[in-house]
Design a protein around this ligand. Structure first.
Ligand SMILES: *Cc1c(COP(=O)(O)O)cnc(C)c1O
Length: 345
């Protein structure tokens, strides 16, 4: 890769970050009169820890990553936006993403006035590293890979990812939002081998915490320092930090949920296979299934009438006549299957 200085925007390198009261004094004191806080209404009157030290410590234990390699954000979407703001000069630089994939890369690119070069996956949603690398030029700063990929559900081939990591001059982002459903495939253990690797993970999916907005980026200490320099000073509120610490006190719940959802997914595949209108059930390493079926849009609308909402992906590249179905509770899944059986007649 180029060195990080060559990749970082000049204005970000020159930036003098905001220094909050909680940055300038970090020890313990008995009287805090430094932040214009209200002395009443404890504990909500105090600003939260800007660096989320305690929460990062806990996440560091769970993920077996040194806390210096962790950035926490208001969802992993915050990290996606920061990547653009740090590295992509508007109207000049570009990023490369696979297609189809997660929609936020394009939205954040548009907000930051940065072009996205989309490289279509193969028909089976597999990745061709040569095509991705061929789409890059001097001004390509980021490559977004999503594995398991949304909306297709499959893991991207490790050897193809490694080719991209070895040869791309910019930063490779691997979005592992669904990795807890197939943890053995994570790239986290390879962070030290690839200084240009940024891994995104989230508590929104397997951990069941979408409502508290907590996402993670793992990367070199240099990249993490840039995120810290440009983030909002208090980007994670007190309630999120406290609740996350509570919910992360044991990991057993999450592991149990993953086991249930993975076995529910297998059951859903078996049931869907019996329906004549179902044409393809794409292999999934995540907590959802992409399903190609006759008259997908009509089926979607009929399900909505019965109060069941799935995601219509039929207008998305390579996803003609496809619905994306999230794996729910056993009862919810059974209701979906019952409805589909009725509609199939
Ligand atoms: C759901 C999802 C996210 C989650 O983002 P949060 O902001 O952490 O909720 C990120 N990437 C992909 C591919 C997703 O599907």
């Amino acid at each position: 890769m180029k060195n990080l200085d060559q990749l970082t925007r000049e204005n970000i390198k020159a930036l003098k970050p905001y220094s909050s009261a909680r940055n300038e004094f970090t020890g313990e004191a008995s009287i805090y009169l430094d932040a214009n806080e209200n002395p009443f209404n404890a504990p909500f009157n105090r600003y939260p820890d800007p660096m989320q030290v305690e929460l990062k410590q806990r996440i560091s234990e769970i993920k077996e990553i040194n806390a210096e390699h962790i950035f926490l954000g208001n969802g992993s979407d915050e990290a996606i936006d920061l990547l653009f703001r740090a590295f992509c000069e508007p109207k000049v630089d570009n990023v490369v993403s696979i297609s189809p994939s997660y929609g936020m890369y394009q939205v954040c690119a548009d907000i930051n006035d940065t072009a996205v070069r989309q490289v279509r996956l193969n028909d089976d949603f597999s990745l061709d590293a040569e095509q991705v690398l061929a789409a890059c030029d001097e001004n390509s700063k980021l490559i977004f890979l999503c594995s398991p990929n949304n909306p297709s559900g499959n893991l991207l081939d490790g050897e193809e990812i490694e080719k991209i990591l070895a040869r791309f001059q910019g930063i490779v982002v691997i979005d592992e939002a669904y990795i807890d459903f197939c943890p053995e495939a994570s790239w986290v253990a390879d962070l030290n081998s690839f200084p240009n690797l940024v891994i995104l993970q989230t508590f929104s999916k397997a951990w069941g915490m979408a409502g508290i907005r907590l996402g993670m980026a793992f990367a070199s200490t240099e990249i993490i320092s840039i995120f810290n320099k440009i983030k909002y000073p208090y980007n994670l509120n007190m309630l999120t930090q406290q609740l996350a610490l509570e919910l992360l006190s044991d990991t057993e719940n999450m592991l149990g949920w993953v086991e249930i959802l993975n076995s529910e997914k297998d059951k859903m595949i078996r049931e869907l296979k019996t329906l004549t209108k179902v044409e393809i059930i794409y292999p999934s390493d995540a907590n959802f299934l992409l399903v190609k079926m006759e008259k997908a849009r009509a089926t979607y609308e009929q399900l909505v009438e019965g109060g069941i909402i799935v995601r219509d992906r039929s207008k998305v590249e390579l996803c003609g006549d496809c619905l994306r179905i999230t794996i729910g509770s056993p009862e919810e899944n059974q209701k979906l299957i019952d409805s589909l059986i009725k509609l199939n007649k």
